[in-house]
Design a protein around this ligand. Structure first.
Ligand code: 13P
Length: 256
């Protein structure tokens, strides 16, 4: 299985700044076997970056899209419009769930739309601090996992990536705490077990599970070596070229 290093730029960088940053990354990165580097720029920058990017080194992801392919949906952009520009799409990020009130039903429709259009969905799941404190982590992960995946066929499940992002560990969340490797190992193990119980071992073994939440160059090594973790989804640190490249180099070293 590949190691995935995904940078989620969220609502940061102008089109010009995105292009300068991508140029810097492309200069510093070499193609690495077994490593998939992905960046998710703001929607407005995706088209120009798709012309600039070297897809052997870096792939692009959408941060969001609408689940219908076309039609009278003023202001929305569909994944069928994005499909030639991106290889991946983040779906169900906690900021979409909690700020924009996306439900599991919305998220399920987006996962299906991405797959229908040949784009790999990165389905984000994770409990909030209070859900964790109430001992609800297992149920929340199960509900979000199967809420998002229940319309996907067994064959298509192999095209899905899961990202475990505990909301309480995301750097921009008030009072965020660092997740310990043990915390993450427990949840990631739960995710693998739930996938295996529902879809079988053969499918489960092909679904990468990433970790996201306050990843930086000093903790990335510890997170990447947690059993069952196949990569990282990085917010804040992905906006600092030196940090993002350091994490990629680390992932490369750990694979060799
Ligand atoms: P941070 O790395 O800034 O905690 O963000 C994580 C995240 O939400 C990535 O999608």
């Amino acid at each position: 299985m590949k190691t995935y290093i995904v940078g989620n730029w969220k609502m940061n960088l102008t089109v010009g700044e995105s292009s300068i940053y991508l140029h810097k990354l492309l200069k510093r990165l070499k193609q690495a076997r077994g490593l998939e580097v992905v960046v998710a720029p703001s929607l407005i920058a995706i088209q120009s970056l798709s012309l600039q990017v070297d897809r052997h080194k870096i792939k692009l992801a959408a941060q969001n899209f609408y689940h219908q392919d076309y039609g009278a949906y003023t202001g929305e952009v569909s994944i069928s419009q994005l499909r030639t520009l991106v290889d991946y799409a983040i779906v169900g990020h906690s900021e979409r769930r909690y700020i924009f009130k996306e439900t599991d039903k919305d998220i399920r429709a987006k996962v299906a739309a991405a797959i229908r259009n040949g784009v790999t969905p990165i389905l984000c799941i994770g409990e909030t601090a209070s859900e964790r404190d109430f001992g609800e982590t297992k149920d929340v992960l199960r509900d979000q996992l199967f809420g998002g995946l229940s319309d996907v066929s067994a064959e298509d499940l192999k095209k899905v990536i899961i990202a475990y992002e505990p909301v309480w560990a995301i750097s921009s969340v008030k009072g965020a705490r660092l997740a310990s490797p043990d915390d993450i190992a427990t949840s990631v193990d739960l995710i693998h077990k739930q996938l295996k119980a529902r879809f079988g071992k053969e499918v489960e073994e092909q679904i990468p599970v990433l970790y996201g939440g306050s990843v930086n160059p000093s903790n990335a090594g510890a997170y990447l070596t947690i059993p069952g973790v196949n990569g990282l989804l990085i917010g804040g640190s992905s906006l600092i070229a030196d940090h993002f490249v350091d994490i990629i180099d680390l992932a490369k070293r750990l694979r060799s």
